[in-house]
Design a protein around this ligand. Structure first.
Ligand SMILES: *Cc1c(COP(=O)(O)O)cnc(C)c1O
Ligand code: SF4
Length: 450
């Protein structure tokens, strides 16, 4: 099948265009001024149930919804569009709304950007000792855009692509200087939007460099759910699979980190075929998913999703809490509910699927999971645990926050037992060289989930 994208400019050619209500069309046109909108022929024809599209999780995942903006933002935008205000005025207001939705303080993104011989490596992030993230410049788009995603700088061309890089030379030099790194995670956008020949250039350079400590190449991708034909019928599908094979033949572990949101994504023949082809190359597929209101806020969905992944030979890996930004009032779920959904689903699947860990917040200090809710000496508390830490010594140590049923993110949690700060805070502030933690102590990596 040939890939075909739908966005604002060709919405009318959408096969189901005639089925979209007037309200929905208006919502798409208004909200997509702010949130980048893109879907494709596979999602539209094989994933979305058009008889019930307004509640369909795949529809909500790709198509902007009215309530993803605040009523006042929406109203103002609708008025401006309706009145045909000058382009520059509209652009200015759109930028303002985006700024409000994305609480990323300026400069935050720099915390994980390493330097090599005094030079900033803008296509690399290195936060946890053993894993380096690499953002190849040609992979900074996706086969479709998730409405909850915040990679605006890439998708809307709003700012220079800070995290993209072309030079493999710098990547291999950095790996050589940092022998603690065993894993390189190639990410985006979606690196599977790259041509196989380009990915091959990167991977060959990495594999040909003498890097005895490098064990695992990870590829973070949503292509299995948005474009499984990437591995079946694209002009370079065979070349791509050969490349995967080459990686595993060289004795490296190839970990395909697949992003899924719902078991509906796992049911098509194309998905099954793609998974089977990837696995035949010797690659392992691990899965990660954010928990989202209106899309998968139901333990039955998660249990089904994890079990189906296991049935297809994939390994459930992470469940993420939706980060506290963007259309958060639309997608957000309290930590209490996240924990309930996780536990109920976890309990009901085979032990083989209980490789999954969560619900986890990818926050500044690390990946922190809600391990439980309990009572200690009469006080109700969240039991928290680092799954990953800026300091590896933080990992696995249980710590406690005061129970609060409304809290959705780490920076709204207070330490339990009347303590002033969490055990890691002092050291973390020192690492950031600040006296006070920034209001949203998040990182660039929390903006996506694969
Ligand atoms: C999640 C993440 C990783 C990978 O962590 P694992 O627990 O090893 O999967 C690496 N770097 C960053 C910045 C991350 O957010
Ligand atoms: S969540 Fe991943 S696949 Fe979805 S738009 Fe963001 S980067 Fe692309």
């Amino acid at each position: 099948m040939r890939y075909r994208a739908y966005a604002r400019h060709n919405l009318q050619s959408l096969p189901a265009y005639g089925r979209l209500s007037k309200e929905q069309l208006e919502a798409i046109s208004i909200v997509s001024e702010v949130l980048p909108f893109k879907t494709n022929n596979y999602v539209v024809n094989e994933l979305i149930d058009w008889d019930n599209y307004e509640e369909d999780p795949m529809f909500i995942l790709n198509f902007p919804q009215k309530s993803m903006l605040s009523p006042s933002h929406y109203k103002t935008l609708a008025m401006m569009v309706g009145n045909n205000v000058p382009k520059a005025d509209l652009a200015k207001y759109v930028a303002e709304v985006r700024q409000k939705l994305n609480p990323h303080p300026a400069g935050q993104q720099d915390y994980n950007v390493p330097t090599l011989q005094g030079k900033k490596l803008t296509g690399i992030q290195h936060k946890y000792n053993e894993t380096m993230l690499f953002f190849p410049s040609q992979g900074q788009t996706c086969h479709a855009y998730c409405t909850f995603c915040f990679r605006w700088p890439q998708f809307t061309g709003q700012s220079e692509m800070k995290f993209a890089m072309k030079q493999t030379g710098l990547v291999t030099s950095y790996l050589k200087e940092n022998p603690s790194i065993s894993d390189i995670l190639i990410t985006g956008g979606d690196p599977m939007t790259m041509k196989a020949s380009i990915l091959k250039k990167y991977l060959d350079a990495i594999m040909d460099a003498d890097l005895p400590n490098l064990k695992t190449i990870r590829i973070g991708s949503k292509s299995l759910s948005f474009w499984p034909y990437r591995f079946i019928s694209d002009p370079d599908s065979a070349e791509l699979l050969d490349l995967f094979q080459e990686v595993t033949d060289r004795g490296l572990h190839l970990a395909f980190m697949a992003h899924f949101n719902h078991h509906k994504e796992l049911q098509t023949d194309a998905l099954k075929e793609a998974v089977s082809r990837i696995r035949k190359t010797g690659a392992q597929i691990r899965t990660q998913s954010p928990l989202l209101r209106h899309i998968n806020d139901d333990p039955v969905v998660w249990a089904n999703m994890w079990q189906t992944q296991v049935d297809l030979g994939m390994i459930p890996y992470y469940m993420f809490v939706a980060r506290d930004t963007g259309a958060q009032s639309y997608f957000g779920i309290s930590l209490e509910e996240a924990h309930r959904i996780y536990s109920e689903a976890y309990k009901s699947i085979s032990g083989i699927g209980r490789t999954v860990r969560g619900p986890s917040m990818s926050a500044g200090p690390g990946k922190i999971r809600v391990a439980g809710i309990t009572e200690v000496q009469g006080e109700k508390v969240f039991v928290l645990e680092f799954l990953q830490g800026r300091n590896a010594d933080w990992i696995g140590k249980p710590f406690f926050a005061a129970y609060d049923p409304a809290v959705q993110w780490l920076d709204d949690l207070k330490p339990a037992f009347g303590e002033k700060e969490f055990f890691y805070e002092k050291e973390y502030k020192k690492m950031l060289k600040v006296d006070k933690l920034p209001e949203h102590f998040l990182d660039m990596d929390t903006q996506k989930y694969a």
